[in-house]
Design a protein around this ligand. Structure first.
Ligand code: MG
Ligand code: ZN
Length: 376
């Protein structure tokens, strides 16, 4: 018997003893007021993905940042097993499809199962249920991680086809690179025009800086940050915080049914592929700062489940020597992804479900449970 049940029993017994003076409904009211507020569901879910972010990356970012990390705001922490359908080592397409669709698929698959059949994503389902939806990435918006939440394609490199899939979903907010897949296409379709016809306020790096744009709260919003891949943070890219803040403001405005938002720190992975510790660390510190902002917002909101994780580790990145004062000697065992388990950090309603060790596909199931949706 847990404490609240014992408390209830004591109240009921004392009510019976005091007889006639306290009605049962008054006892119920007392119990309801005294019980901790347990949410029956999460109104909103924010999933943050640090692509290629293993514990080495997270720790190196922490040490380089004065031995401080915003990940210490979380108390519900678990690990996910991230193998792909037919490969121990996953890529970002199969990894993100596991989060978005709850299926193990082959490397390179975007929102399709191991038979290349399209599987509805959590973002599409949220959209169908009248919720608001958003994607923010520091890669192109058609790159594997964001693409897997909105597109269905047997091949991750089919960027123009993936951009076309954005025309089939009424996503309310997206920010990322890759404008050329929308307005310099080999089929000469003008997806900028199509988005505007479909009610978007559409802007890009060419028209204005994101921070200078006033977003119309009553329109859908899209902003393309670069022709192709955005720059590394260390070379001047600086929009992840701004885009995430604007996304949360836009999606939480006038949204009685709640929202789903995926935010990706895309280039931690690229630092791993390049075997460059400095690249990993600068991307990691940026992502950590944004995690801190979103965690603080989530704590205040109280209706949002926040989940922060990675799809896989990249580089076999290790910390070999150094000090917590910032000097680090690091090493790599690979220029590709590795198969180690990946940490998962959660807070808000239903965050306790993320404690433990489970397959990456369970992150999809756990987010659905938090929304109060029946599991399939
Ligand atoms: Mg990615
Ligand atoms: Zn990668």
């Amino acid at each position: 018997m847990n404490h609240s049940k014992i408390f209830l029993l004591v109240l009921v017994i004392s009510a019976m003893i005091s007889c006639n003076r306290t009605t049962i409904s008054e006892v119920e009211k007392t119990v309801a007021a005294a019980a901790p507020a347990t949410k029956t569901k999460a109104k909103n879910v924010i999933l943050m993905v640090g692509d290629g972010m293993g514990l080495g990356q997270l720790t190196a970012g922490m040490i380089a940042n004065g031995n401080k990390t915003n990940f210490d705001k979380f108390t519900a922490i678990g690990l996910h097993k991230n193998s792909a359908f037919n490969d121990l080592i996953t890529d970002s397409a199969a990894g993100a499809t596991a989060f978005a669709c709850g299926v193990k698929t082959y490397n390179g698959a975007i929102g399709v199962n191991s038979d290349t059949v399209a599987v509805k994503t959590i973002l599409e389902e949220a959209e169908e249920m009248g919720m608001k939806t958003g994607l923010v990435a520091t890669s192109t918006i058609v790159h594997a991680t964001p693409a897997s939440f909105i597109a269905h394609d047997p091949k991750r490199k089919n960027y123009e086809a993936i951009a076309l899939d954005f025309m089939d979903v009424d996503i309310d907010f997206f920010v990322g690179g890759g404008s050329k897949y929308f307005n310099q296409r080999s089929d000469e379709k003008d997806l900028y025009a199509q988005l505007r016809t479909r009610g978007y306020q559409l802007e890009d790096y060419f028209s204005a800086e994101l921070e200078d744009i006033t977003i119309d709260p009553n329109k859908k919003f899209a902003y393309l940050t670069a022709i192709d891949s955005p720059l590394p943070q260390a070379q001047g890219r600086n929009y992840l915080m701004e885009a995430t803040q604007k996304a949360i403001e836009h999606l939480s405005h006038n949204s009685p049914n709640g929202f789903f938002l995926m935010v990706e720190g895309s280039q931690i992975d690229w630092g791993g592929h390049a075997n460059k510790a400095d690249y990993i660390i600068s991307e990691m510190i940026e992502f950590d700062n944004v995690v801190g902002y979103v965690a603080d917002w989530t704590k205040k909101d109280q209706n949002t489940l926040l989940v922060v994780t990675a799809d896989h580790e990249t580089g076999g990145f290790a910390i070999q020597k150094g000090s917590t004062q910032d000097s680090l000697v690091t090493a790599f065992t690979s220029d590709y992804h590795t198969g180690v388990m990946i940490p998962v950090f959660a807070m808000g309603p239903f965050s306790e479900q993320f404690i433990g060790i489970y397959e990456n596909t369970k992150i999809y199931n756990k987010m659905r449970t938090a929304y109060g949706w029946k599991d399939e």
